[in-house]
Design a protein around this ligand. Structure first.
Ligand SMILES: [Zn+2]
Length: 274
């Protein structure tokens, strides 16, 4: 099974504007590879043989919870086509500063969504702050997966708000939380990942790391980490399956590890049937 644990897509009416707004914040030359529409994502999943993808919406203010939930529910119900409904697993987004966060986390679980996406830069919070731990404890109590952007962000100044030391603190405080660190543990902070995360029981998704560190080092990190904690991800539309899949193959991980990373771990976490 092949599962992409980290994708983004938008409602057709706002996709062009959303991509343009995001690109405006990025360094020159960093562009989306696709239009960011959910139908385009579904077509790319089909074309590249990806069985399922976690869709990470991000509420940049608390009021966006409702429209994201509505859109995600419609997606699951087939409003964006049968392939999108079959393959895309939408995660919701409860803003950490939302006074109703706990109620909305409960609502997410009650509606049958598998998890939540967090982004410390876009949502302006510190990963291991006491109030964030309250939020994460609530997600754990509702058995929700939490995937968070971790490490630095290409569009923001380098503040240590979601770095490996903080990730390790979260996992120590809440060992039963299904917490997923993105970008090979922490984007562009891989020395700290090697020091504090690799080898420990922490889910690590590997998107947007090729091109930012050398392949030998990436392979060594993936080989040293517990095989049952590795997840494949692309950060689509910011990278392409057609580019990432062959590069991952070329690392020549052993077959069981490759299968675990490529989808078996994700299928287990998400409760997907092959
Ligand atoms: Zn992302």
């Amino acid at each position: 099974m092949k599962v992409d644990f980290h994708t983004h897509a938008f409602a057709d009416a706002i996709a062009a504007k959303a991509i343009a707004t995001l690109e405006a914040e990025l360094p020159a030359g960093v562009k989306a590879h696709f239009d960011g529409r959910v139908g385009t994502l579904a077509a790319e999943l089909v074309r590249n043989g990806i069985d399922a993808a976690v869709l990470c919406s991000i509420a940049t203010k608390p009021s966006q919870f409702e429209p994201i939930m509505k859109w995600s529910s419609e997606l699951r119900a087939g409003a964006h086509g049968a392939e999108a409904a079959r393959r895309i697993v939408p995660f919701l987004s409860v803003h950490p500063a939302d006074p109703d966060a706990h109620r909305r986390i409960a609502q997410t679980a009650a509606a049958g969504f598998a998890g939540l996406k967090l982004h410390p830069y876009y949502q302006k919070f510190v990963l291991d702050a006491p109030e964030t731990l309250d939020y994460l404890r609530c997600a754990r109590d509702h058995n929700l997966i939490v995937i968070s952007h971790t490490g630095f962000d290409i569009a923001y100044p380098r503040e240590r708000i979601a770095d490996p030391v903080r990730i390790a603190r979260v996992v120590e405080a809440l060992p039963d939380l299904k917490f997923v660190a993105t970008h090979l543990g922490a984007w562009e902070d891989w020395g700290e990942v090697e020091r504090h995360l690799i080898g420990r029981p922490i889910y690590i998704e590997m998107s947007y790391a090729f091109d930012y560190l050398d392949d030998a080092r990436m392979r060594a990190m993936l080989m040293r980490h517990p095989a049952d904690r590795l997840l494949f991800g692309t950060d689509w539309p910011w990278s392409r399956h057609a580019d990432v899949l062959p590069r991952l193959e070329a690392l020549k991980l052993d077959a069981p590890r490759q299968a675990a990373l490529m989808g078996d771990n994700a299928a287990r976490l998400l409760g997907l049937q092959p």
